[in-house]
Design a protein around this ligand. Structure first.
Ligand SMILES: Nc1ncnc2c1ncn2[C@@H]1O[C@H](COP(=O)(O)OP(=O)(O)OP(=O)(O)O)[C@@H](O)[C@H]1O
Ligand SMILES: [Mg+2]
Length: 275
C-alpha cells in the first residue's frame, strides 16, 4: 500500500525561482528509499513538504491515502517525522530525555505514557546512559541520534531523515545507519537524503534522483550504479568501478552491478565458464 503519494508538486520560495517544477513520488509501506541529487536540487524542500513544514504551490500529497495539503506539522507529527539536515537546528532542550519528551507531550500523549516511550526509545537508539546529559556537549553522532530519537518518540510511521551521516566518521555513520535499518525492520517506512552512494548501495532498496526540479531516476540502486552519465553529470561521482563497468559495457554484456566485488565475481565466473 502506498504510504506517500506526491503528485505533480511545484514549489518556489518567496521571490525565488521555481525549486520543484514537477515532482511525483510514491512510496510503499515499509520501503527504504534514498533521495539523491546535487546541492540545491530540492531534496530538503521536497521532504519538508511531506510533513507540512512547507506547502506546495500546486500538486497533491497523500499520506496513507489522506490528503495532507494545508495540514500543519503538529497534525502530521504522528505520521511523518522529519529529522533536520543539521540536528542542531532541531535540538533545543537542556537534557536528552527532555528533548525526547517534548514532541509526544505536545501531541497530548499522557505523561506516564510519555515517560514509558522515552525509556523505550532511549533503549532502542542506545542512548539510555546519556538520558540526563546536556545534548550540545555530546558528539555529532550522538546529537544525530538524539534528533532521530526525538522524532521516534512521536511514533511516526514514516521517517524522513535528512543527511544522517554528513560530517561523521565511518564508525559514527555505520552506527546511525544501522539504527535506521533497525527502524525499517521494525516497520517504519524510511526516506533518507544522502550524498553518499556507499550508503545507498548498502542500505537503500530504492534510489530517487532529483534534478532540475524533477525526478530523473527512480529505481533500484544497482540500476542507478550502471548509469555512468547520470552518476557523473548529476551526482558528480565517477569512482573507478562505475567507470570500469561503463567502459567494459561496450564489449561485454554486463549484468547490473554496483560494487567492485560484484564486478570481480562476474569476471571470475565468466572467465571460468570460458576456460
Ligand atoms: N528558505 C529558503 N529561502 C529561499 N531559498 C531557499 C530556501 N531554502 C532553500 N532554498 C533554495 O532552494 C533550492 C533547493 O534547496 P534545498 O535545500 O531543498 O536543496 P537540497 O537538494 O536539499 O540541497 P543540499 O544537498 O545542499 O542539502 C536551492 O537553490 C536553495 O538555495
Ligand atoms: Mg538538503
Amino acid at each position: 500500500m502506498p504510504v506517500v503519494e506526491a503528485r505533480n508538486i511545484r514549489f518556489s520560495y518567496e521571490d525565488g525561482p521555481e525549486v520543484l517544477t514537477d515532482v511525483s513520488l510514491t512510496v510503499d509501506e515499509g520501503e527504504f528509499v534514498a533521495l539523491l541529487g546535487a546541492n540545491g536540487a530540492g531534496k530538503t524542500t521536497f521532504a519538508k513538504m511531506l510533513n507540512g513544514i512547507l506547502q506546495p504551490d500546486s500538486g497533491t500529497i497523500r499520506i496513507e491515502g489522506e490528503d495532507i495539503i494545508g495540514k500543519k506539522t503538529a497534525e502530521l507529527a504522528s505520521w511523518v517525522g522529519y529529522c533536520y539536515q543539521n540536528p542542531d537546528h532541531q535540538i533545543f532542550a537542556d537534557s536528552v530525555s527532555k528533548e525526547l519528551k517534548f514532541g509526544p507531550l505536545n501531541l497530548g500523549v499522557p505523561k506516564d505514557e510519555v515517560e514509558r516511550r522515552v525509556l523505550e526509545v532511549l533503549d532502542l537508539v542506545g542512548l539510555s546512559e546519556h538520558a540526563n546529559e546536556y545534548p550540545f556537549l555530546l558528539s555529532k553522532g550522538i546529537r544525530q541520534k538524539i534528533a532521530v530519537a526525538s522524532i521516534l518518540a512521536m511514533r511516526p510511521k514514516i521517517m524522513l531523515i535528512d543527511e544522517p551521516t554528513t560530517g561523521m566518521d565511518l564508525r559514527g555513520s555505520q552506527s546511525i545507519m544501522q539504527l535506521i535499518r533497525k527502524l525499517n525492520e521494525v516497520g517504519h517506512t524510511i526516506l533518507i537524503i544522502t550524498h553518499d552512494l556507499k550508503i545507498v548501495a548498502e542500505y537503500a532498496q530504492r534510489a530517487v534522483v532529483f534534478k532540475d526540479g524533477g525526478v530523473v531516476f527512480d529505481g533500484q540502486p544497482t540500476a542507478l550504479f550502471t548509469q555512468a552519465a547520470l552518476l557523473e553529470n548529476v551526482l558528480g561521482v565517477a569512482t573507478p568501478v562505475y567507470r570500469l563497468v561503463r567502459e567494459c559495457d561496450a564489449f561485454w554484456d554486463l549484468p547490473e552491478m554496483a560494487t567492485v566485488d560484484q564486478f570481480a565475481d562476474w569476471v571470475n565466473r565468466s572467465y571460468k565458464r570460458g576456460a
